[in-house]
Design a protein around this ligand. Structure first.
Ligand code: ADP
Ligand code: MG
Ligand code: MG
Length: 254
């Protein structure tokens, strides 16, 4: 079973007014088969954690370690992270002009599996994954992210997750901007991927609503750049009723 270990991670970002430390010592272990929800107020550093794991150049790791089965993830290129089995939706380009969804998915699958998937089975795999996500087949021929709506971006993210079968998936705000039906379809997609027990999921979100569909094994509260409380799914219920006020200085929840 693959294990992602984050130890005492400190991350800074360069701003106009100098360097600002955002992550202040994050410790977290995610194993294949487990679902962890990271929840916290806006600006607490949740996306910074996701971007740092994705290897985004804007974020500087100042100390701490991230390993996958003992291998140093921070030393890996973005491609190497994907091949090692770490899926980060935002590691992919925002817009890829001239590359269709279908070609993009096959190229990604080839890079990760080390060989091109057989065309006949691949076409079937893509078709069935798209059907399950209630996506229009024409979507496969569109250019990646070009003119995608918020909902299409999220579905495309889950489509990649279903087809690329990573060991560890990091999903940032997968629930934002989705209407109730889209939220349910996207959640069902994540649950299908979880069902085989082979993916460890880090679900980053500000709101508790996605957790009505996806039951996390662990919930972590993020505040001011670190995890301040961890618990089981019941912690999300507490956050739903009480918000983040008790975790933030001065009682502000946003
Ligand atoms: P969250 O995802 O929890 O809302 P973020 O990680 O997006 O939080 O942001 C945490 C803090 O870091 C915020 O104060 C934000 O303004 C700052 N921050 C994040 N990324 C950058 C950046 N690229 N440049 C400047 N400040 C940033
Ligand atoms: Mg934010
Ligand atoms: Mg965020």
């Amino acid at each position: 079973m693959a294990t992602l270990e984050i130890r005492d991670l400190h991350v800074s970002v360069d701003t106009e007014n100098g360097t600002k430390e955002i992550l202040k010592g994050v410790d977290l272990t995610v194993k294949q088969g487990e679902t962890h929800a990271i929840m916290g107020p806006n600006g607490s550093g949740k996306s910074t954690l996701a971007y740092s794991l994705a290897g985004h150049p804007k974020y500087t790791i100042t100390s701490g370690t991230v390993t996958l089965d003992g291998e140093d993830v921070l030393e890996m290129s973005v491609d190497e992270r994907a091949r090692a089995g770490v899926f980060l939706a935002m590691q992919y380009p925002v817009e890829v002009p001239g590359v269709s969804v279908s070609n993009f998915l096959r190229t990604s699958a080839t890079a990760i599996r080390g060989e091109a998937p057989k065309l006949r089975t691949w076409v079937k795999e893509v078709k069935s994954a798209m059907e399950q996500l209630q996506m229009d087949p024409a979507f496969a021929e569109r250019n990646v992210n070009e003119g995608f709506s918020g909902g299409e971006k999220k579905r495309h993210e889950i489509l990649q997750l279903e087809l690329l079968k990573p060991k560890i998936a990091i999903l940032d705000e997968t629930d934002s901007g989705l209407d109730v039906d889209a939220l349910r379809q996207v959640s069902e997609g994540i649950n299908r991927v979880r069902e085989n027990g082979e993916v460890g999921t880090l679900l980053v979100t500000h709101y508790t609503r996605i957790l009505r569909y996806i039951k996390p094994d662990y919930v972590h509260v993020f505040s001011a750049g670190r995890i301040v409380e961890s618990g089981g799914a019941e912690l999300a219920d507490k956050l739903e009723s009480e918000g983040y006020a008790s975790y933030t200085k001065g009682g502000a929840s946003e």
